[in-house]
Ligand binder design. Structure first.
Ligand code: ADP
Ligand code: MG
Length: 491
């Protein structure tokens, strides 16, 4: 297994190279209306059915900021331990694109809504000592563009403006990542936090979260090299593959005597390569200037405090709390990564389940079943109430762990409650040592040869005897009593 603490290096023909990565993540804000208009943001509607006169940039239409979008961006900033700028302003970024009727994008260059912050990632989920802070440079709020569609003969192009004007948060990281794995961990953590906060659904397939991947290479410890930027990469796996390919391309280029140029590239997921799209423009090419149609945004203390108060318990805090309840770090991390899982598990704890046993059961039995069913906790067929009932029967000794597995399967099949299943099918565990003794005697008598081998020192046979007794009693014997009685009889 790779050592998570060993630095990631690319071996070139002239020595080792270090990779430097910074990500700009575009996250679509969860809000029913667009950033500057009242048009709906529902995904997947008929083309051009969610376009207001503002989005279509009709003459004389004026943008009005949607307070909900600003609130979501502030909540996100607070969740990322970032500075909230009480005074910010919108700027026009001028460029022509067919899916942006205004001819400019309203964005924030000079005075973003959110300033510096950080995200803590664990490079190894089982090990707190692999924690690393990735700096956030800023988060600004801006409008998304529409979508162009080209017919297959490339004779006609169509524009769908439904997405035009939808609010995006652009979350810009510092160039703090040093390997594809770190970039992957950062993206997963960011996605997790956004989904806890509820400010972005994190759905990368639908494009509601996408990353521009900035990559450069350098000799370890030297100055930053020139970066390329690979645009709009829409999965964690693709981001990692794009970094790997792009870093290697740059190393080969430099070692062959060439120079990396600042440019915009595209990732081709089918081939796993990046291709040049255009040379990269600088901020001044866009002729940014403050949007004269919009007043600066001034937030008062009460608004920010209200945003803060609305935040849920976030993944790191929840993980620490779970560990404090005796849940092992790996389970705590798996249970808190997805907000739906964490909510489901919290509900189970609220029903009084013992934390460690419950965590174990969820991570093995429940996840196993969900995997088989192709589901997750948001579509879990078993409610936390039902699971608490099952775990309660194990805790009070009514059923053993192995019976619990059977009962759980029946619950999944029939939807019946654990107690009812145990009652109706007589699945109660027996601790009656008289009944168990009888079976133990039978098993030992039937396996006299093995008893001899055991007594001659073949200790491993103990498990075999336990198994035979459990089998003979249809799994209903209390395993502790079986162990006890066997030890007594075998001396
Ligand atoms: P632009 O919009 O022009 O791409 P930004 O300042 O918005 O510029 O974003 C720059 C991004 O590039 C940031 O995520 C930053 O961390 C990253 N970055 C800057 N310099 C480097 C570098 N030398 N190597 C890798 N990433 C870099
Ligand atoms: Mg950029």
């Amino acid at each position: 297994m790779a050592d998570a603490s060993a630095p990631y290096r690319i071996q070139g023909s002239t020595g080792e190279w270090e990779v430097v990565i910074g990500l700009e993540v575009h996250a679509q804000v969860v809000s029913s209306a667009k950033l500057f208009s009242g048009a709906s943001t529902t995904f997947g509607s008929e083309p051009n059915t969610q376009v207001s006169l503002v989005d279509a940039a009709m003459p004389g239409m004026l943008p009005v900021p949607n307070a909900e979008c600003i609130r979501q961006a502030v909540r996100t900033g607070l969740a990322l331990d970032s500075k909230i700028n009480r005074w910010s302003r919108f700027d026009r970024k001028n460029y022509f694109y067919a899916d942006l009727p205004q001819g400019y994008q309203i964005s924030q260059l000079y005075h973003p809504l959110v300033g510096e912050g950080e995200v803590v990632v664990l490079l190894d989920e089982k090990d707190e000592s692999t924690a690393k802070k990735i700096g956030i440079e800023r988060i600004h709020v801006e409008q998304d563009a529409g979508k162009l569609m080209h017919d297959q003969h490339a004779t006609m192009s169509y524009v769908d403006l439904n997405r035009c004007g939808v609010a995006l948060m652009e979350i810009v990281s510092r160039p703090d990542m040093r390997s594809p794995a770190e970039a992957g961990a950062y993206l997963r953590k960011l996605r997790s936090i956004l989904r806890y906060v509820g400010s972005c659904d994190g759905n990368m397939e639908e494009g509601s979260m996408r990353a521009d991947v900035n990559v450069s290479v350098r000799r370890p410890g030297e100055e930053l090299g020139t970066r390329s930027e690979t645009k709009n990469v829409n999965s964690v796996r693709f981001v990692m593959a794009a970094i790997e390919h792009e870093a290697r391309r740059q190393v080969e280029l430099i070692e062959a005597g060439g120079q990396v140029v600042q440019e915009t590239r595209l990732f081709d997921p089918d081939k796993g390569v990046t291709r040049s799209l255009r040379s990269k423009e600088d901020a001044h090419d866009y002729r940014y200037f403050p949007d004269p149609d919009l007043l600066p945004l001034e937030l008062d203390e009460a608004f920010v405090e209200d945003c803060r108060a609305s935040l849920p318990e976030l993944p790191d805090a929840k993980r620490k709390r779970y560990e404090g309840l005796g849940i092992p770090p790996y389970n705590a991390s798996v249970l808190t990564a997805e907000v739906e899982t964490a909510r489901w598990f919290d509900a189970l704890l609220a029903k009084g389940a013992e934390p460690k046993a419950a965590a174990n059961w969820v991570a093995s039995e429940l996840f196993g079943a969900l995997n088989r069913l192709g589901r997750d906790c948001s579509t879990c067929p078993i409610s936390p109430d039902q699971a608490a009932e099952l775990l309660g029967l194990v805790a009070d000794g009514t059923i053993s762990g192995s019976l619990a597995k059977q009962v759980f399967e029946i619950m999944l099949e029939t939807g019946e409650g654990a107690g009812a299943i145990v009652e109706a099918r007589g699945l109660k565990q027996t601790s009656d040592s008289g009944a168990i003794d009888t079976v133990v005697d039978e098993v030992l008598a039937a396996n006299a040869d093995k008893v001899e081998q055991y007594k001659a020192g073949k200790q491993a046979l103990f498990g075999f005897f336990v198994g035979q007794v459990m089998k003979a009693m249809a799994g209903k014997a209390n395993p502790q009593v079986v162990n006890e009685r066997l030890r007594a009889k075998l001396g």
